[in-house]
Ligand binder design. Structure first.
Ligand code: MLT
Ligand code: MN
Ligand code: ZN
Length: 293
């Protein structure tokens, strides 16, 4: 199994267009690596690829990724796209993929309802891009030689569907993780997760790789930096300090933070928090990285 990090940032990216925080300024100046928004590509054979989460940056991500370049006048090695929730940073890129290109579009039934409610997404022609509704905890073929299972993780509905009260600990079809299996290897991709209860730690245990929600380092870092009014918990993301602790005793061969918000000190390779995460056995994903399992 080969996994490519197309984008390691959370929604907004690094730098975020309207943000003048120290990290975004450093990324603009080239002092720390810029990061595009949340997406990976996965293949079992190096020829047929599944993209997991279609970020608003997908056009540039594909251009920067030779494995995803066209192989003929209108031939693409893209087999399928899977989205793990309906958040804008994970689905807006679908609009970019509208040029009469066949691929399968996988999501839970609930996420498909959210996508189908947007008339603009009909531009991604369903005759060429069949919508595949995936039942939780049922194995399916994501690409040749690559199987996947979606499982619920604690989370919430997309921001644009939030009502007056928001349950950030929903466990259902709105926010899912993906278990990827190929060639006897098992990887888990969980870019959004509000909590790590025992049953989820059991599921993660023994994985060859875990790509996990690294949105925030501290729950209140956005508030303290004057970048927003929400905690990570309110956004459906547990702090990395908490996930490092919760997973400390869970055996995983490679543990990798993805979906990094621009407020997170892990975006700075020289920060003490990066050193702390690395010392705890974590790798911090960067755009363009390759993980071979
Ligand atoms: C999130 O991960 O919390 C979302 O991407 C927020 C958003 O949709 O802007
Ligand atoms: Mn996000
Ligand atoms: Zn910023």
């Amino acid at each position: 199994m080969r996994i490519l990090i197309l984008g390691a940032a959370a929604g907004g990216g690094l730098p975020q267009w309207n943000c003048g925080c120290a990290h975004c300024d450093a990324a603009r100046a080239g002092r720390i690596p810029a990061l595009t928004q949340s997406s990976i590509a996965v293949s079992a054979n190096g020829m047929d690829w599944a993209v997991i989460n279609a970020s608003p940056d997908i056009r540039g991500q594909m251009a920067a990724t030779p494995a995803l370049h066209p192989t003929g006048p209108r031939d693409m090695p893209l087999h399928s796209v899977l989205v793990t929730n309906g958040d804008i940073d994970h689905v807006a890129g679908l609009l970019t993929l509208r040029e009469s290109q066949p691929f399968e579009l996988f999501a839970t039934p609930t996420i498909h309802v959210a996508l189908d409610a947007n008339p603009m997404l009909a531009a991604v022609n369903p005759a060429l891009v069949p919508r595949r509704a995936v039942t939780l905890d049922q194995l399916f073929d994501l690409a040749p030689g690559l199987s996947a299972t979606l499982f619920a993780v604690p989370g919430k509905v997309p921001l644009y569907l939030e009502g007056d009260t928001v349950d950030t600990g929903l466990i259902g079809e709105n926010t899912v993780g993906v278990e990827l299996t190929a060639g006897g290897r098992r990887a888990l991709y969980i870019p959004g997760c509000a909590d790590l209860p025992g049953w989820l730690r059991d599921r993660i245990s023994g994985a060859d790789a875990l790509l996990f929600d690294g949105t925030l380092w501290d729950d209140d870092e956005m508030i303290r930096a004057g970048l927003g009014r929400k905690t990570g918990r309110r956004m459906g993301h547990m702090a990395a300090t908490d996930s490092i602790a919760a997973l400390a005793d869970v055996p995983v061969a490679r543990r990798i933070f993805v979906h990094l918000n621009n407020s997170n000190p892990l975006v700075d390779p020289a920060s003490p928090q990066t050193a702390q995460a690395v010392a705890a056995g974590w790798h911090i994903a960067r755009d363009g990285e390759r993980i071979d399992l």
